[in-house]
Design a protein around this ligand. Structure first.
Ligand SMILES: NC(=O)c1ccc[n+]([C@@H]2O[C@H](COP(=O)([O-])OP(=O)(O)OC[C@H]3O[C@@H](n4cnc5c(N)ncnc54)[C@H](OP(=O)(O)O)[C@@H]3O)[C@@H](O)[C@H]2O)c1
Length: 328
């Protein structure tokens, strides 16, 4: 089969289209014929290890110290069709159309991969394309996770910082589904699209600092970890929650714990733990027309290095998807 092989840490040139062995499912696994995947900002950060120092070393230990050796095919999110199942599989059958996050199994930039049946996998609604389903395993799950731990209530004011990307465009819609009034913050050219998916107010961060405009919010969801800490906490209403999806370092955890003790405001960091149940919930929202995937561009498997270049340029709104064609 064809796959994108990760040959080193560095520029998108380290990603090379190669012929590799097609995997065979173990007893508890599904063999998935992948129809679509997505290239995310996280994939680009992983490719060149552009992480804070405290994450870089564990990542190298997991993927390969000098170059990727334990993980050789990148990609964490996929949608496709089950081609074969292992002997012990009971939840799925051949022909099911599913979407999934492979998490630390990676291997989604390929024609086929194997995933354990008890992983974060859900049936794709028939009305949703593979390209629309694949990115939900990142943006949809992350947004749902954080907005749930904030226990967003109807009528609350939610501000989403970095709202123009994958997590943000799903986050706007999920916060609206929970009944919130949503303010989306991103760069100017993305704001019309953010209104289109449901944002009530938009702020261009290059023109305005949301912590200095006199507004107060019940929830501030900082997806990219660029909001000023103290000023953001001050911009919360009493009982407000500050969600930090991309913590900058251990000091922020300490400040967060301290700030949460000093008042009734909460600073929340908790990592996402993707589940099949949450993916199924998001599938229901999509099937009901309450959640849609914003697709900026789509590429082929061979064009994944170009997709990385485009994502890294920072211009995408929502998601960049990859359509995987099969000869038969
Ligand atoms: N917590 C977790 O477990 C977890 C999981 C997955 C991903 N992540 C991380 O979360 C981050 C976001 O993910 P994503 O896929 O949604 O990213 P994305 O698609 O790149 O979206 C990020 C958005 O933030 C905007 N932005 C950049 N600087 C900003 C600023 N100072 N103020 C406001 N907006 C700004 C970007 O727009 P411009 O470029 O136009 O400024 C872009 O639209 C990534 O770094 C990813 O690695 C965390």
């Amino acid at each position: 089969m064809k796959a994108i092989v990760w040959t080193g840490y560095g520029s998108p040139d380290v990603l090379q289209l190669r012929e590799v062995a097609k995997p065979a499912p173990k007893a508890n696994e599904l063999l998935v014929k992948i129809r679509a995947t997505t290239v995310t900002t996280g994939d680009c950060e992983m490719r060149n290890l552009r992480f804070p120092y405290w994450i870089r070393l564990p990542m190298r230990a997991f993927i390969g110290l000098r170059k990727p050796t334990r993980i050789t095919i990148p990609g964490n999110y996929l949608a496709g069709e089950i081609e074969a199942v292992g002997a012990d599989v009971t939840r799925f059958q051949v022909g099911d159309q599913i979407f999934s996050t492979t998490l630390f199994g990676f291997s989604a930039y390929a024609e086929y991969t194997c995933v354990p049946e008890n992983g974060a996998i859900a049936i794709k609604p028939a009305t949703v394309s593979y390209e629309e389903a694949a990115p939900v395993g990142l943006g949809g799950l992350e947004a749902l996770h954080f907005l749930r731990i904030a226990a967003v209530q109807p009528g609350e004011k939610v501000l989403i910082n970095g709202a123009g990307g994958s997590i943000g465009t799903y986050g706007i819609q999920i916060a609206k589904y929970f009944g919130a009034e949503v303010t989306a913050v991103d760069s100017g050219e993305k704001l019309a699209k953010l209104r289109d998916v449901g944002a009530d107010q938009v702020i261009d961060y290059t023109q305005e600092d949301f912590t200095k405009n006199g507004q107060r919010y019940d929830v501030i969801f900082d997806i990219i970890g660029k909001s000023p800490f103290a000023a953001s906490v001050r911009s919360l209403n009493p009982g407000g929650r500050y969600l930090i999806a991309n913590p900058t370092g251990p000091l922020q955890f300490v400040r967060g714990k301290w700030a949460s003790r000093q008042s009734d405001k909460k600073v929340l960091f908790e990592m996402t733990s993707p589940t099949a149940k949450d993916l199924a919930f998001l599938a229901e929202l999509m099937a009901a027309g309450k959640l849609r995937t914003v697709i900026d561009r789509s590429y082929s498997l061979a064009q994944i290095p170009d997709a990385h270049r485009y994502v890294e340029a920072g211009q995408k709104v929502g998601n960049v998807t990859v359509t995987i064609e099969h000869a038969s």
